[in-house]
Design a protein around this ligand. Structure first.
Ligand code: C2E
Ligand code: MG
Ligand code: MG
Ligand code: MG
Length: 288
């Protein structure tokens, strides 16, 4: 009897697995069509300088509007896109669209584009970057690519060569989600990095948890020594922004300022964010 029941459980499990695999295959099939059907768009989230409240950059964040699934978040489709290799074509689309959009922004406002480690390691990556810059006419210094520490884990020679090549062309390199991966401070000295983005998990409890504040202070101290700029991600409260500002963190990004918004709202954000900022922070910033 136990055996029979065991078999039943196995069948149940197999059925679940079948369903999971089918769901996954369907997602893959839809994702493949999404690009040619033009279902992806980029939304943009401002990065604000703590010194004066000005918008210094926008991060481009992918959104998938599927006619059958509705709105699908990057957390759901990026892992599938990476596993199937589709991330290369999707990432190329994001790069081109972001550069085209940013070329219309005023002043020196930069655009930050997320690059998957898989996309970063392809042989066509540097060509894709050059093509996106050329087609848009965007100055290389206004493009910032966001990579995670996982790109440092293998193919070190290619990674290093790619990073130096990007740097020599004037493109900026940001380390995303800093502190969550296999963080090693030695990476910071070894690889050319212009900016660190402190992961929002550290920012979340800075007002309550001493431990996280100590981590943030340590990151800020080492970044300042190495001449690397720091952006704090996921800033949601005035208190968090004040703590970061008092410690000379360069920029903040988060729902306190604005979530990611469609490109059409960018002119409004460029005008509104500094006004809101000065209402939140009437006192002058502490000098270095
Ligand atoms: P990320 O690069 O770390 O982007 C920041 C994420 O945090 C975004 O989620 C953003 O909407 C969210 N966020 C910003 N401020 C706050 C806040 O104050 N509170 C909270 N709770 N969340 C905040 P999103 O847009 O869902 O993107 C998730 C991840 O998907 C990104 O994390 C990035 O790793 C990836 N991704 C997005 N677009 C692209 C892309 O074009 N290419 C690649 N390869 N990955 C992308
Ligand atoms: Mg990012
Ligand atoms: Mg991030
Ligand atoms: Mg993140």
């Amino acid at each position: 009897r136990a055996k029979a029941r065991g078999k039943g459980i196995v069948h149940l499990f197999e059925r679940d697995l079948e369903i999971t695999q089918r769901t996954r295959r369907e997602l893959e099939a839809d994702l493949k069509l999404a690009l040619q059907r033009d279902e992806f768009e980029l939304h943009y989230q401002p990065l604000t300088a703590l010194r004066d409240g000005r918008v210094v950059a926008f991060e481009a964040l992918l959104r998938w509007r599927s006619p059958t699934r509705g709105f699908v978040t990057p957390a759901e489709f990026i892992p599938v896109a990476e596993a199937t290799g589709m991330i290369v074509a999707i990432g190329r689309f994001a790069l081109q669209a972001a550069c085209r959009e940013a070329a219309r922004w005023p002043g020196q406002i930069r655009v930050a584009v997320n690059i998957s480690p898989i996309q970063f390691r392809t042989s066509e990556f540097l060509r894709d970057i050059a093509a996106a810059l050329e087609a848009s006419g965007l100055e290389p210094g206004r493009l910032e690519i966001e990579i995670t520490e996982s790109v440092f884990l293998d193919k070190t020679a290619i990674t290093m060569a790619n990073l130096h090549e990007l740097r020599s062309r004037g493109i900026r390199i940001a380390l995303d989600d800093f502190g969550t991966g296999y963080s090693s401070l030695s990476y910071l000295a070894k690889f050319p990095v212009d900016k660190i983005k402190i992961d929002r998990s550290f920012v979340r409890d800075i007002d309550e948890q001493d431990g996280n504040l100590a981590v943030i202070e340590a990151i800020l101290a080492i970044a300042q020594k190495l001449g690397i700029a720091v952006t704090a991600e996921g800033v949601e409260t005035v208190e968090q922004a004040q703590v970061l500002r008092a410690r000379n963190c360069n920029d903040i990004q988060g729902f306190l300022i604005s979530p990611a918004r469609p490109a059409s709202e960018i002119p409004g954000l460029i005008a509104r964010v500094p006004e809101d900022f000065h209402r939140l922070f009437p006192a002058p910033a502490r000098s270095e």
